[in-house]
Design a protein around this ligand. Structure first.
Ligand SMILES: Nc1ncnc2c1ncn2[C@@H]1O[C@H](COP(=O)(O)OP(=O)(O)OP(=O)(O)O)[C@@H](O)[C@H]1O
Ligand SMILES: Nc1ncnc2c1ncn2[C@@H]1O[C@H](COP(=O)(O)OP(=O)(O)OP(=O)(O)O)[C@@H](O)[C@H]1O
Ligand SMILES: [Mg+2]
Ligand SMILES: [Mg+2]
Lengths: 257, 257
């Protein structure tokens, strides 16, 4: 069955989508079959890979709320062996609609079961919140959660709340849940602030912090406008090389079932 | 009564808190009395002004859920004439707890009524979502919503959903709601991407786009680590001058009651 990771952090704009898309792309490039689940109503992972979400086809909302099988929602992307279950704008309504549903936190986990033998890796992108969509993602993963942390002071604030939610899910919904890794993003070497933040995060997560640090690199923010991952768009950029190293580190930490 | 603005955009990390804190600071510096409402459970506006949220005192959660009067929650900040109703971590629970409450979208609006004569301006910071906390803020403002838009491709995606929510609130909860202004943030002149994004936003919001563009400026991200606004921390920085110009523009658009 697939190795399933969730990428989460309720702080906004820290690189969740960028990390999801590029880890998935590097692993697909290594001949594995990879699926991205876009559970963020903004649909940034969907549009980053050039996949339309407004053509009337079924999206993740239909799987969670209308019981449409996930395999009828999954689409190919421009990268070989990389697929996506797209988010659509209607997903924003799912948070409220799921509140009344029995075992609402397990809807995504259940929806994934019929497809986990079809993929080697699954990455779940999440919205910047700790609501039901993110809780569903934390419940569904079997390798744990990857936490991108921006190298900014304000990004330190919410880590306690995030870990609190991870612990609650681990105790009540997914005993296997752990912090698979913490990755520093948008590192700008020209300031002391970034180095100070890295040091704080290292003290907070000594075991889980990845050695690979993602630098601030304009190519990473340009790639989505072409519907490409960084490996396709700018293979010799510092952003690309950093995500390549991160992929190697992640693969070295995989927990065999 | 006070001029009340909400600062909102469900896209994460676009500068909502930075814009809230610094507009409020500049206006307080002009001898007006200003209140910030921190309705983001992360509490970034609270910590940006050096205000503790873990000392057991009442926070916005207590006002929304336990009917504690707002005036018993409001605290002074290090800047004269600038006050804040702090968010605490328990505010994350408010979104779910409010779902069952009668007229849940109007809780903040009602909580503000007893204090609106005490302030000249009120700014409401919101979390990166279109949930009940943000809907409460959109219902409570009387001057409209200020929308920060990061100069990045992915920041364009969600504007349609945001405007859709603004229109729904305007039709059902707050007839006065309008887009008070759109401000471009983290502009990096070294890339074409930023200029392209500004052009797209200008086409989308021809009337409401502020002329002042906030450049990417490290001083803005350092200031919160000292608990200061940009005017106190780095008065001659490009970030400070941009927020000063933005304040002038905002004041020129105030709708007299
Ligand atoms: N290392 C980087 N260098 C430069 N820009 C980056 C980097 N990583 C991400 N970006 C850009 O920064 C913005 C925020 O990143 P991204 O959208 O991946 O964050 P997110 O955490 O998924 O945001 P949200 O909380 O809204 O879901 C995007 O415009 C993205 O293109
Ligand atoms: N113009 C700027 N130049 C450089 N850094 C900035 C600028 N504006 C904001 N920042 C920094 O970028 C990060 C994101 O900004 P901020 O937290 O204000 O966004 P937000 O929209 O409130 O985020 P969230 O969606 O998590 O609430 C913060 O670390 C902030 O200090
Ligand atoms: Mg994202
Ligand atoms: Mg904020």
């Amino acid at each position: 069955p697939a190795f399933i990771y969730t990428v989460a952090n309720q702080k906004g704009g820290v690189g969740k989508t960028t990390t999801t898309v590029n880890l998935a792309a590097f692993i697909a490039a290594r001949r594995a079959k990879v699926l991205i689940i876009d559970s963020d109503p903004q649909g940034n992972a969907t549009s980053s890979l050039g996949v339309a979400d407004d053509d009337g086809q079924a999206t993740l909302y239909d799987t969670l709320i209308n019981k449409v099988p996930l395999k009828d929602v999954i689409r190919p992307t421009s990268r070989e062996r990389l697929f996506i279950a797209p988010a659509g704008p209607e997903l924003a309504a799912a948070e409220v609609e799921m509140v009344q549903v029995m075992a609402r936190e397990t809807l995504l986990h259940k929806a994934l079961q019929p497809v986990i033998e079809d993929y080697d890796f699954i990455f779940i992108d999440t919205p910047p919140s700790l609501g039901l969509l993110t809780v569903n993602a934390l419940t569904a993963c079997n390798q744990g959660v990857i936490i991108p942390v921006q190298c900014e002071y304000l990004a330190l604030e919410g880590l306690g709340q995030l870990i609190h939610t991870v612990n609650l899910v681990q105790e009540n919904l997914n005993a296997e849940l752990q912090v698979a890794g913490v990755v520093m993003t948008m590192y700008d070497g020209r300031t002391n602030l970034a180095a100070d933040v890295v040091k704080e995060v290292k003290d907070y997560f000594p075991e889980q912090l990845f050695k690979s640090i993602i630098p601030r690199n304009i190519r990473l923010s340009e790639a989505p406008s072409y519907g490409e991952d960084i490996l396709a768009y700018a293979p010799s950029s510092t952003g690309c090389m950093a995500y390549q190293k991160l992929t190697e580190e992640l693969l070295s930490r995989v927990r065999r079932q």
